[in-house]
Design a protein around this ligand. Structure first.
Ligand code: ASP
Length: 398
C-alpha cells in the first residue's frame, strides 16, 4: 500500500506541473497528447479480461448448485439492488446539483461532440451477444458480462475436475490482470501530466476550477447512500441497527478510507465481521470476498456522476435513453472494477464510450480522483459489510 501512497503523491505533483506545462507550452502540450492517449489505451486494454475473469471466479467460486441458489442468489440480489439504487441516487443528485453546467469547454460549445443515440429496443438487444467473439473484439461490455454470468453459472454444473481446471485458469487470469493493473496504475503520473497539459492547452483552467462542485456532488450522494438508503435496507430487511453495526466494523472502514482499496481491506473486513459482529464464518467468508470484487456501490455512484459532469462540461444534454445507458453501464462496470486504488477510473472510459463522450476528459476529474476514491472505497466496503450482516440475519431467521 505504501507504494500506492507514493504514486499518489507523484500523481498530485504531476497534476500541479501539468497545468503550467499546458499553459506555457501550449503547442508542445497539444502535440504530446499521444502520451496521454497511450495511458488511456493501456487502461482500456485491461477491461475485458479483468471483467470476464472477476465475474467468472465470483460466480464459479460458489462451487455447488445448492450454494449458487441459496446464499449466492441472496448475495447477488443484494449486490445488484443496492448498486442500482446507488447509481440511481447518483443520477438524481447530479441532475439536481448540475456541476459543470454552463462551464462548457470551448470546443464542445462549437458543437463538435456528437453523442450516440440509443433506442430502447436496441438497448435491450445490446445485452445479448449474437456472437460472443464479435462482442469481445468490439469491446461491447454488457453482452460480455451477460455471457460471463451464464458461462460461470453453467460451469458449476460440469464435472468437478473440469470445473476446478476452469476455475484455476480464470483465477490465474484474474491475478495476472491485477498485476498488470498495478503496473499501469503506476504510470498514472506520466499519463496525467500529459493529459492535464493537453486539457489546459486546449480548454484553459475553467474545467479544473469547477471540480469542487463535482466533488461536493459525489460526497453528498455517497453520504446519502451510506446513511439513508443502506440504513433503511438494514432496518427493514436485516432488522438490525446499522449504527451499532457501524461501531463494530469501523476499523475496516478506516482502513478502506486510508488505502482506497477494497481488496486490501478484505482481511480486516472478515475479521471485524466475525469477531466484533458475530457473523457466521461461512457467510462472512463468502459474502465479503465476493463483495470486495463485485459489489461497489460507491464506485458505481461516482461513475454515473462523473460521466454526467463531463457531459455538462462538454455542453452535451443527455437524453433519457443515454441516462439509462449510463445507469446500466455504471451498475455493471462497477461489478467489473478491481478492488484497488483508481480502478473506478479504468471503468470510466467504458461508460464515456458507451454514450460517445470524449474519453480524454477523464484527465479533468483525475485531479480529485484519489480524494474521492478514499470515500467511495469506504462506501464500497460498508456496502459489503452490511450485505454480510443482512444475509447472516436472513439465513438465521429462515
Ligand atoms: N478503489 C475502489 C475500491 O477498491 C475502486 C474504485 O477505484 O472505485 O473499492
Amino acid at each position: 500500500m505504501k507504494k500506492f501512497m507514493k504514486i499518489e503523491n507523484i500523481t498530485f505533483a504531476a497534476i500541479l506541473l501539468g497545468i503550467p506545462f499546458g499553459y506555457f507550452f501550449q503547442d508542445l502540450a497539444l502535440s504530446l497528447k499521444v502520451i496521454g492517449d497511450i495511458y488511456i489505451s493501456l487502461l482500456k486494454m485491461l477491461i475485458i479480461p479483468l471483467v470476464f475473469a472477476s465475474i467468472y471466479i465470483a460466480i464459479a467460486g460458489l462451487g455447488s448448485a445448492d450454494e449458487l441458489k441459496s446464499i449466492g442468489a441472496k448475495a447477488f440480489a443484494y449486490y445488484i439492488t443496492t448498486t442500482a439504487m446507488a447509481v440511481m441516487l447518483g443520477i438524481i443528485v447530479v441532475n439536481i446539483f448540475d456541476p459543470g453546467l454552463g462551464m462548457q469547454i470551448p470546443q464542445a460549445v462549437n458543437g463538435t461532440i456528437e453523442t450516440k443515440e440509443v433506442s430502447v429496443s436496441d438497448f435491450v438487444l445490446s445485452f445479448i451477444p449474437s456472437n460472443i467473439f464479435q462482442a469481445l473484439s468490439n469491446g461491447h461490455i454488457l453482452p460480455i458480462i451477460f455471457f460471463a454470468i451464464l458461462f460461470a453459472a453453467g460451469s458449476i454444473y460440469i464435472h468437478n475436475d473440469k470445473k476446478v481446471f476452469l476455475y484455476n485458469f480464470f483465477d490465474s487470469v484474474n491475478d495476472t490482470m491485477m498485476v498488470l493493473a498495478k503496473w499501469i496504475i503506476n504510470l498514472t503520473p506520466i499519463g496525467v501530466f500529459f493529459l492535464i497539459g493537453y486539457t489546459v492547452a486546449k480548454n484553459g483552467f475553467e474545467p479544473i476550477l469547477n471540480l469542487w462542485s463535482y466533488a461536493v456532488t459525489v460526497l453528498t450522494a455517497l453520504f446519502i447512500h451510506a446513511f439513508v438508503t443502506l440504513s433503511i435496507i438494514a432496518v427493514v430487511i436485516g432488522r438490525f441497527n446499522p449504527f451499532t453495526y457501524f461501531t463494530q466494523v469501523k476499523e475496516a472502514l478506516m482502513i478502506a478510507l486510508s488505502t482506497a482499496s477494497s481488496s486490501a481491506t478484505l482481511p480486516v473486513s472478515i475479521e471485524v465481521a466475525e469477531k466484533n459482529a458475530n457473523i457466521d464464518k461461512k457467510v462472512a467468508g463468502f459474502v465479503l470476498p465476493l463483495g470486495a470484487t463485485v459489489n461497489m456501490d460507491g464506485t458505481a455512484l461516482y461513475e454515473s456522476i462523473a460521466v454526467i459532469f463531463i457531459a455538462n462540461l462538454c455542453g452535451v444534454e443527455l437524453t433519457l435513453a443515454q441516462q439509462l445507458t449510463i445507469f446500466v453501464t455504471a451498475t455493471f462496470a462497477s461489478i467489473g472494477a478491481a478492488g484497488i486504488p483508481g480502478a473506478g477510473l479504468v471503468m470510466m472510459t467504458l461508460i464515456l464510450d458507451s454514450v460517445g463522450l470524449p474519453v480524454e476528459y477523464i484527465a479533468i476529474i483525475i485531479a480529485v480522483d484519489r480524494f474521492l476514491d478514499m470515500f467511495r472505497t469506504s462506501i464500497n466496503v460498508w456496502g459489503d459489510l452490511l450485505g454480510a450482516k443482512i444475509i447472516d440475519r436472513l439465513l438465521i431467521s429462515r
